[in-house]
Design a protein around this ligand. Structure first.
Ligand SMILES: [Zn+2]
Length: 375
């Protein structure tokens, strides 16, 4: 459902994306304001005026949600956690925070930043609504008043103490600090989060029963989304807990199949891709140094009749651009890297030499063995 969109711009090194599903919200908000709320609350303005007010409000709402996410991201980056991307999608915004906070205090600071931002925006719009130039113009007053109200609504909704909402993260930080047990704290707030999701779905069913079809479907979808996010958030915490303490060298595969730079693409396809069924291979020099990576993606973009004359070294991704890990890095960093970059395999390098490779499958196998043995 998600994952298609357009990149708007880059702020503080964070890419801002709009998922196409966000257009649905935009149109719904604009339409319900222009044809329902504004004409009902502020009668006597023209039809075109209502639509312009609706569009302006929807765009400003978009900016408010973006600022909310940016404030989470800003604090995360200040705490040393990278935020590569913010995406606005059908249920609001998500800042793609590259790893979970490592302390309760960091978690609290990141979580509280969003609601504080939305609250400040509500105050600003409320002051604007009460200002002189808005009191002369009903249209301005209506838009400012609506934005003050919607930002307060954002604060209230986000402060519900169920994971993954901000309130859930704040409660988790509090319990985590109190119990010194992040797993238990996450379990509690995930339970609250998923029950809140179920309650929203029931509310949706009741709304549909009483004739509010669109509102009801909306509640059901948000409920489903929250319910799912709550349980996957808990699974992620368990995963991190099991992996913590393990090193890359405990998990990596040591005898790596690598290829030389001088190999022709024909040979690569016939004797490596078809033979070993991996989607990428590390490229090493005669001395065993990692010089690059070659993947199916680079090969398939080239016409087949050029495969016999081109060599691996011509089209590989060169070493400085490849993310690598060292054998003594934490296994958690490998997981973070694999997830953040959607990489299939990460080469493990010790003083420039290729000593292993790590894949998602390696991590899964490690987790399975550890959980089978009940450690
Ligand atoms: Zn938030």
């Amino acid at each position: 459902m998600f994952g298609n969109g357009v990149k708007l711009t880059k702020i503080f090194g964070i890419e801002l994306w709009i998922d196409y599903s966000w257009l649905i919200v935009f149109i719904l908000v604009m339409w319900s304001l222009a044809s329902g709320y504004f004409p009902h609350e502020y009668p006597g303005l023209g039809k075109t005026t209502y639509w312009i007010m609706g569009a302006v409000s929807a765009i400003l709402l978009f900016v408010c949600v973006l600022l909310h996410e940016l404030s989470h991201s800003y604090v995360a980056q200040k705490s040393g956690i990278a935020v590569p991307k913010i995406t606005l999608f059908i249920f609001g915004g998500v800042a793609q925070i590259s790893e979970e906070p490592r302390s309760a205090k960091t978690e609290f600071n990141i979580a509280i930043a969003g609601p504080i931002c939305s609250f400040m925006l509500a105050v600003i719009f409320w002051i604007l609504a009460k200002s002189d130039f808005a009191s002369d113009d009903k249209r301005l007053f209506a838009v400012f008043n609506y934005l003050a109200f919607i930002n307060i609504a954002l604060v209230v909704f986000n402060m519900i103490p169920g994971f993954p909402l901000d309130g859930g993260r704040i409660l988790r930080a509090y319990l985590w600090n109190r119990w010194q047990d992040v797993k238990k704290a996450t379990y509690i707030v995930s339970q609250i989060g998923s029950r809140f999701g179920i309650a929203l779905m029931l509310l949706g069913l009741v709304s549909i029963f009483f004739g509010n079809l669109i509102g009801g479907i909306w509640f059901i979808f948000i409920g489903l989304f929250l319910n799912q996010a709550a349980s996957s958030g808990y699974q992620m915490t368990i995963l991190r807990d099991v992996l913590s303490g393990a090193k890359v060298k405990n998990i990596m595969t040591s005898n790596v199949i690598s290829v030389p730079e001088s190999l022709s693409l024909n040979d690569l396809v016939q004797n490596y891709f078809y033979h070993y069924l991996f989607v990428s291979f590390p490229v090493v020099s005669d001395g065993g140094q990692l010089v690059g990576m070659i993947s199916i993606k680079q090969v398939k973009d080239l016409p087949k009749d050029s495969w016999h004359e081109k060599k691996v070294g011509d089209i590989m991704v060169k070493a400085p651009e490849i993310p690598v890990l060292s054998p003594d890095d934490e296994a958690l960093s490998a997981l973070n890297l694999l997830m953040r970059n959607e990489l299939g395999r990460i080469p493990i390098v010790d003083t420039g030499k290729l000593v292993g490779i790590i894949t998602r499958r390696d991590i899964m196998t490690f987790l399975m063995i550890k959980s089978d043995l009940g450690v």
